[in-house]
Ligand binder design. Structure first.
Ligand code: ADP
Length: 447
C-alpha cells in the first residue's frame, strides 16, 4: 500500500480522497493555490504545499509544480480527484514517468475516451449502442449538411474534446444548422483549443442514465448499478438518484452487463462511468468518464461500497474486494449539488460564509468543504457542498431529503438550496417522471 498520497485537487473531492487515505493509514499531502490557504483540505492534510496563484492554469493545472511538490514531499502516488487534471492523459503519463503511481485508469484509456469521436468508435467496437450520428469529425458546412440530412433533424453539434456541456449546439432545422455549426466550432476552439465537432441525432425526451463500473488488474470487472442524472440545467447535473426510477431489474442487468463486458474487453483499470441517454427503452452511449464522478456517493449509499477506497487499492495493485454477485442495491439515494449561485439567475455568489449548519441524522451524508468563516473564492467551480440522502425506498428518501434541506444553513451567500426545495416539491419529482429537459423547460420556465 502507498505510504503518502498527494491529492491534486481542492474542494469537497480533496476531502473525500483525504478521508479514504486516512482510513487506509496513508499520509496525505494537500496542494493549494494562494486563494485556498485557509481551505479545509489544507487544514486537514498531514502536509501541504502551495503551488501557485489563484488561477487554475497556474496552480491546480500546473503539472510541473504538482510533480515538483510530489517529489519534494516524497509522495508515492497522486490522486487527481474530479475535474482539473483527472482526465488528462499527459498528466497521467508524466506522473508515471516520475515513478509515482497515478490513481486512475491507464493513460491510453483516458486519451481514447477523452476524444469523443474516438470514444464513439471504440464504444461501437465494444458492442455499446450509440446515438445515431456522424462517424468522424465534420470538416465543413457542406459536410455538416449532408450528415444532418442523413441523421434527420433535429441534430446536435458536439465538440470532440467537449466537457461540461460546452461546445454543444442544437439545430432544429437545416436553416439553423450553419449558425449552430459555426458556434459549436468556435466555442469548442475557445474552451478546449480544438475545433473538431461531430453530429448526433438530438433525442427529444431522453433520460440520462449512467453505469458505474470498476475493474482491477486481475481481470475482475464489476458494475455497481446505475445513476439517474436527468435533472439538469445547461447539460449539467443538478440532482442525481440511484437507482433510476425509470428502469426495472431486467433493464438494469441488461445495461450493467453491456457496460461491464465492454470495459472488460478493453482491459480497463479502476473506476469508470459509461453515460447513456435512455429513450423508448433503448440506451444510447454518449460518453465514458475515466475518473471518479461527483455523484459517486449515491452509488456508495445503495451498494455500501467505498469507491474511493477501492480505487486506491486497485492502483496499489490489489484485487477488488467484492465480486458481481456481492452487489445488492439496497434502498434509494439522492444527491443534491449545492452551488454558491443565485437559485434563480445562477450567477455565482462567492464570499464569506458566516453561518453554516449541517443537517444530520440517519442516512444523511454531507460532503462539504465549507465552514463558518470560510470565504468561497471566485476562481473555481461553484460546487460547495453535496447533500446525499439514503432511505429505505424512494419515497422515504425524498421525505428524509426534504427534512435535511430544511435543516441545512449556508448563509449569507446565495446557494441553490432553494432550487432543490422547489424541485423536491413538484409532482414530477415525486413521480420520478422527469427527463433531461424538464428542469429547464418546465420548472425554471414556469417561475
Ligand atoms: P459533456 O461531456 O459536455 O457533459 P455529454 O455528451 O456527457 O457532454 O452530454 C451532456 C448532456 O447533454 C447529456 O446528459 C444530455 O442532457 C445532453 N445531450 C448529449 N447528447 C445528446 C443528444 N444526442 N440528444 C439530446 N441530448 C443530448
Amino acid at each position: 500500500m502507498f505510504s503518502k498520497v498527494l491529492i491534486a485537487n481542492r474542494g469537497d473531492v480533496a476531502l473525500r480522497v483525504l478521508r479514504a487515505c486516512k482510513e487506509l493509514n496513508i499520509k496525505t499531502v494537500a496542494i493549494h493555490s494562494t486563494a485556498d490557504n485557509e481551505a479545509m483540505h489544507v487544514r486537514l492534510a498531514d502536509e501541504s504545499v502551495c503551488i501557485g496563484p489563484p488561477q487554475s492554469s497556474k496552480s491546480y493545472l500546473n503539472i510541473p509544480a504538482i510533480i515538483t511538490a510530489a517529489q519534494l514531499v516524497g509522495a508515492d502516488a497522486i490522486h487527481p480527484g474530479v475535474g482539473f487534471l483527472s482526465e488528462n492523459a499527459e498528466f497521467a503519463e508524466i506522473v508515471e514517468a516520475h515513478n509515482i503511481v497515478f490513481i486512475g485508469p491507464k493513460a491510453e484509456h483516458i486519451r481514447c475516451m477523452g476524444d469523443k469521436i474516438e470514444a464513439k468508435i471504440t464504444a461501437q467496437k465494444l458492442g455499446i449502442p450509440l446515438v445515431p450520428g456522424s462517424e468522424g469529425d465534420i470538416t465543413d458546412f457542406e459536410h455538416a449538411k449532408k450528415e444532418a440530412k442523413q441523421i434527420g433533424y433535429p441534430v446536435l453539434i458536439k465538440a470532440a474534446s467537449g466537457g461540461g456541456g460546452r461546445g454543444m449546439k442544437v439545430a432544429l432545422t437545416e436553416e439553423e444548422l450553419e449558425l449552430a455549426f459555426t458556434a459549436a466550432k468556435s466555442e469548442s476552439k475557445a474552451a478546449f483549443g480544438d475545433d473538431r465537432v461531430y453530429i448526433e441525432r438530438y433525442l427529444q425526451n431522453p433520460r440520462h442514465i449512467e453505469v458505474q463500473i470498476i475493474a482491477d488488474k486481475f481481470g475482475n470487472t464489476v458494475h455497481l448499478g446505475e445513476r439517474e442524472c436527468s435533472i439538469q440545467r445547461r447539460h449539467q447535473k443538478v440532482i442525481e438518484e440511484a437507482p433510476s426510477p425509470a428502469i426495472n431489474d431486467i433493464t438494469r442487468d441488461r445495461i450493467g452487463s453491456i457496460a461491464s463486458n465492454a470495459v472488460a474487453k478493453m482491459s480497463y483499470l479502476g473506476l469508470g462511468t459509461i453515460e447513456f441517454l435512455y429513450e423508448n427503452d433503448e440506451f444510447f452511449f454518449i460518453e465514458m468518464n475515466t475518473r471518479l464522478q461527483v455523484e459517486h456517493p449515491i452509488t456508495e449509499a445503495v451498494t455500501g461500497i467505498d469507491l474511493v477506497r477501492e480505487q486506491i487499492m486497485i492502483a496499489a495493485g490489489l484485487p477488488l474486494s467484492f465480486k458481481q454477485s456481492d452487489i445488492k442495491i439496497q434502498g434509494h439515494a439522492i444527491e443534491c449539488r449545492i452551488n454558491a449561485e443565485d437559485p434563480k439567475t445562477f450567477v455565482p455568489s462567492p464570499g464569506k460564509i458566516t453561518q453554516f449548519h449541517s443537517p444530520s441524522g440517519l442516512g444523511i451524508r454531507v460532503e462539504a468543504c465549507v465552514y463558518s468563516g470560510y470565504v468561497v473564492p471566485p476562481y473555481y467551480d461553484s460546487l460547495i457542498a453535496k447533500l446525499i440522502v439514503h432511505g429505505d425506498n424512494r419515497n422515504h428518501c425524498i421525505l428524509r431529503l426534504k427534512q435535511a434541506l430544511r435543516e441545512i444553513v449556508i448563509e449569507p451567500i446565495s446557494t441553490t438550496i432553494e432550487l432543490h426545495k422547489n424541485i423536491l416539491d413538484t409532482k414530477v419529482m415525486d413521480e420520478g417522471s422527469y427527463d433531461i429537459r424538464w428542469l429547464e423547460t418546465e420548472l425554471l420556465n414556469s417561475k
